[in-house]
Design a protein around this ligand. Structure first.
Ligand code: ADP
Ligand code: MG
Length: 597
């Protein structure tokens, strides 16, 4: 369908171009403002722009990646310091080059500060970053900004040296930063930040390094801080340590949390508040430090209610969009069901599953020997050995607490104290990390929801696939599993559907082995059967072996060619499903569970 293709290409180009158009409009508006504002307001406006850039950076580390960093103005100080130094040294290239250097230097410092974040979380990380801000503050008071003693003013960029001109320059810098952040947020890094904020395990399980996600968030965030500080150095021309105190970093953090600064418009709004509140207080004759109290109170409100201003405004809009999308989805589902009922003979669903593809004589996709996991006194897995033939669906069944999820955790590398051997294809996995295993072609889904709600279905699927996939491929796999369309926000769908998207995304990743831990939990009975029918086709269609943990034995019977039964951490039986289901030991263990017979 060339028509649809060109439509898709056009919509992709549009998605790329509209932020550019918004940025251009912003710059033009900025120019008009720079001409129209009176002198004093021009100065305030530059302050608002520099604050907005710092808040934008803060939004990445806190809003997207979910970490607390209380030293944003320290990164700004690093940027300002480098710009001052380059100014004194008269480094060729002028202000723009110095500003970029300031951003890069702050980015490097950001990575160093981010290193503790690989081990620390929450309050501990907050304390470390605040401590760093305090230490740097003391240092800055000692060493001062280069050129400040001799009163050498920072040279502004050529053509932008007046206050009005410099405001216009700062608007251009803000537009560029906004665009870069927008595109980063849309890309792999952005997805990894939102994923790591929701679940580190979930992030590692799709082959994304958790360390990399955290450090890139810190680096980009700090670089924006550095650019903000560099801009401020050009604004005031003789920067002082008092512009970059830990207390101000703290207030900026609160402002970022309150406004929802991972959204670019909200960062600008935050920047305006940052300037406006102290200014108003000054006019009303109230000491400006009370501004911190106001920010503090607003921050407490945002943190306790769990939503921020930007989120609140957007939720109103999204709720409407979600309702409309859900209605469209229901209609499409009903259509599809009617179509299938008309075409498919119902008997097909209960036919025994096809034996593994021709490659049955090949090496097994997964082979496990002597896998043992001990939790204190409890042996959750006891010398478990089994093989998953290539190109097949193996069912893993057993009562609650039998060790099925523990098995998946151990195989996918989340239980480093597990003993035994796991081989994927011919490769022994040894002590490999979950990320590495995922990259080698071992994927798993979780019994609990680990799908980051901050992403769209499209962004999530691409993130999980870890390879270049076309919009058609994404649409195809979503359609195959009956998932909502690519542009849907994951926050707007129920948990069962989210987990269905998780399955579809991992299938699109085309691993060698995919472990599915009760993927149908949360789905309706019809959706459950539908998923089973789809999974049956996956090995032939997408080329992988599946281990399916599933309670519904009817479904297991129709989907799985081989079965392993776990009971109290031991393998009760394993092999072709008819043999396993006829095994007296299995029947005995399942006595009373009428669905067995
Ligand atoms: P299943 O998925 O088959 O229902 P699990 O693998 O979740 O069972 O659990 C197997 C056994 O191991 C249960 O008795 C459970 O309580 C125990 N268990 C699972 N995870 C842990 C853990 N992190 N610490 C201690 N015990 C655990
Ligand atoms: Mg379980």
């Amino acid at each position: 369908m060339p028509h649809a293709d060109s439509g898709l290409a056009r919509s992709r180009a549009l998605r790329f171009l509209w932020p550019l158009a918004v940025a251009v409009v912003g710059v033009v508006a900025g120019y008009l403002l720079s001409v129209g504002l009176s002198g004093y307001f021009v100065f305030l406006a530059v302050s608002a722009v520099t604050a907005a850039i710092a808040i934008l950076g803060l939004g990445i580390v806190t809003g997207s990646a979910g970490m607390i960093a209380l030293c944003q103005l320290t990164f700004a100080a690093v940027g300002a310091w480098v710009v001052s130094l380059f100014n004194v040294l008269e480094v060729p290239g002028g202000f723009v080059v110095w500003l970029i250097a300031g951003g890069l230097a702050a980015g490097v410092v950001g990575i160093l500060v981010g290193l503790p974040a690989l081990r620390l979380r929450g309050v501990n990380l907050a304390v470390v970053t605040l401590g760093f801000a305090a230490a740097f503050d003391v240092t800055l008071l000692q060493i001062q900004f280069p050129g400040s003693k001799d009163g050498i003013p920072v040279l502004r960029p050529e053509g932008f040296s007046t206050d009005r001109g410099y405001f216009f320059f700062s608007i251009i810098v803000l537009a560029v930063c906004g665009l870069v952040v927008f595109w980063l947020q849309r890309g792999r890094w952005g997805s990894s930040w939102k994923a790591v904020a929701f679940s580190e395990r979930g992030t590692a399980s799709v082959g994304q390094s958790v360390q990399q996600a955290k450090l890139t968030a810190f680096a980009v965030s700090a670089a924006l801080g550095g650019i903000s500080g560099g801009l401020l150095a050009g604004q005031v021309q003789l920067p002082f340590a008092s512009s970059f105190t830990p207390l101000q970093s703290l207030a900026l953090y609160v402002l970022a949390v309150m406004s929802g600064a991972y959204l670019i418009d909200m960062a600008i709004f935050g920047g305006i508040l940052w300037v406006l509140v102290p200014e108003l207080l000054k006019r009303w004759g109230v000491p400006q430090d009370w501004g911190f109290v106001i920010f503090g109170a607003l921050g407490v409100q945002a943190l306790t209610s769990g939503t921020n201003l930007g989120q609140g405004i957007r939720n109103l809009w999204w709720k409407r969009a979600d309702r409309r999308a859900a209605a469209a989805r229901e209609a499409a589902k009903a259509d599809a069901a009617a179509d299938r009922a008309a075409v498919e003979p119902p008997a097909e669903a209960s036919a025994p599953p096809a034996p593994p593809a021709a490659s049955a004589s090949d090496e097994p996709a997964l082979s496990v020997t002597g896998l043992t996991v001990q939790f204190g006194a409890l042996k959750a897995l006891d010398e478990v050995s089994l093989e998953v033939p290539a190109g097949s669906v193996m069912g893993l069944i057993g009562p609650n607490g039998a060790g099925k999820s523990t098995f998946v955790d151990a195989i996918s590398g989340f239980l480093p104290h597990a003993s035994g051997t796991v081989r994927l294809g011919g490769t022994a996995l040894g002590r490999m990390s979950p990320t590495k295993r995922a990259r080698l072609g071992l994927r798993r889904t979780f019994q609990q929801d680990r799908v980051p709600p901050a992403l769209t279905v499209d962004a999530y699927v691409r993130f999980v696939a870890r390879r270049r996939v076309t919009a058609e491929e994404v649409a195809e796999v979503l359609d195959f599993f009956g998932c909502p369309p690519a542009r849907t926000r994951l926050a707007g769908v129920d948990v069962g559907t989210r987990r269905l998207v998780e399955v579809a995304a991992n299938v699109l990743a085309k691993p060698r082995v995919l472990l599915l831990d009760e993927p149908a939990a949360g789905l309706s009975h019809e959706e459950h059967l539908e998923l089973g029918a789809r999974l049956r086709e996956v090995p032939a269609r997408y080329g992988m072996a599946i281990v399916l943990i599933e309670h519904d034995l009817d479904l297991v019977r129709t989907v799985c060619s081989t079965l392993t039964v776990l009971d109290f951490g031991r393998v009760l039986a394993s092999g072709p499903q008819d043999e396993v289901l006829a095994d007296p030991a299995v029947i005995k263990a399942y006595m009373g569970e009428t669905e067995m017979l």
